[in-house]
Structure formats: structure tokens, C-alpha cells
Write a protein that binds this ligand. Sequence first.
Ligand SMILES: [Zn+2]
Length: 275
Amino acid sequence: MDRKAVNILVSTIEKLQKENVGSWWKTYMNYINEEDFIYAKKHLTMFDPIKLSHNEIFKRINKAIEKIDKQNVVNAFLYSLSTRKLEYRSFLSSYCIGKVTPDHNFISSPKINDYTCSICGLSEYECKEEMEFNSINFFKYKHGSCFDSPVQILFDLEHFQNMPLVTPVEEDFEILDNIKKIIETSEPKDRISQLKKRIRPVIKSNDIEREGVLEILGVCDILHDDIHFGYADNYVIYSERTQRPIHFDEIGYPARWWQGKFGVDNEKWEYWFGQ
Ligand SMILES: [Zn+2]
């Protein structure tokens, strides 16, 4: 990807975040000049907003999935480990979710959340307005974030076609093996907050990036407890992606439910990373 184009996207939003500009995801376009936006669009790091209905999103997700080979998204995730090219990371979890995402009509959640689809979590408001993908791409480049909302999944799966295919090297597999060993030697009551500190020595990363890696392993059904599973076998409907009964838990579903005593789901590890 073109460095200048990435910089137009990342530095603009980063600056607004640092200056604490409220709702930057709605206003960032005011801080980018037309010429830069055209440049970033040409190099596929920024995109025009589009309007999509609830059902169109799922038709497009299913269409995008058909074009993706599982090994290519696994390779992208692995490649991101040693290179720290974070934008390659979330294709794996997005593919895992996209593969089992049902084509469905909007079904209202129980009141007072009846504006939200009980299957996918999309709100009626999101479908009425134009959808923008640039903040999603920002989170990919900046943090290697793990996604689970339909618009994020759609963007990631369609955007995968824009990215060159990559191949992991020996070092990526070493990092992966080391992460596995560390998960397996966790204390029974350890959670993601302990685990992300323990994997620090084996992967060049900051705290948010490590959290993203572990959340991706959660979505892929590798880190879970015995009630809350990831998406490898079945789509997890919105109402089942439950929070833990604590005040503030930033960790995504289902990694937030994992504890050391549950270790690694070896069957799923093999499914994704087996040679
Ligand atoms: Zn829905």
C-alpha cells in the first residue's frame, strides 16, 4: 500500500484523537483536503461513503466470502505477526465470522432495543445513513483491531481483494508457537488482561495490538470458555454475545470469557493453523 495514502488516513484521524475532537468519525472529512482524499481513494486506503440496506450487507458479505481462500487469510494473519503490518491481521476473524453469517431479514430485538437487529446487531439508523469505511480502515492500520459488526466485516472481506497476497515466514510460525505455549501455561484464573502482558516478550507490539490478536483468536474459537464460543462452527447471534457481569470490560466476545483453565481449543487451533 502507498505510504502517503496510508498517512493521509492515519495521521488525520490520529491528530483529531489527540486533540480530543468529539465524534471525529463523523467529522474527519472536514480535515482532509480534496486532493489528498482523491489520492487516498486512488490508492485504496480511503473510500466514498455508500448507502446499503440491511439485507444488501449480507448479500455482499456472502458474495465476498466466495472469493476468499481460507489459507490466504490465515497467511495474512501470520504475516502480520513478525512484520507488524497490522492491516493484515483482522481478515482472519472477519473471514471466520463472514463464513457463517446468515443471510437474514431484520428481526427487531426486544423493546427497548427494537431498533437493533437481534441477529446481527445492526441498527436501523446505520442503514438509513451513508456508511463510511475509513474509520474501520484506520483501526486496521493503527491497531490491527478485531471486528464483529456487519459493516466492519463487509468492509474487511471486500477490502481483502484489494490487498496483495502475502506469505508468512519462519519467524511468524515461531511467534505463533510461542503464543500458544504461553496460553497453555496460564494460571487457571488468568484472563486476557494477564495473557496480553505475558505474550509481550514474544511479539513486537503494544497493549492494544496484543488485545486485538487475542480477540481474533477468540472469534476463531481458540480462546473461549465452556459456554461462550467463537464463530468457527456457528454464527453467534447478537443477543448471545454477552458481557461479563462486571462494570467495564473492553475485551471482545468471546475472548472476554476465556480463563487460563480453558487453555487452547486444540481442535480449532489445528483447523486454522495446522500444517
Ligand atoms: Zn440483522
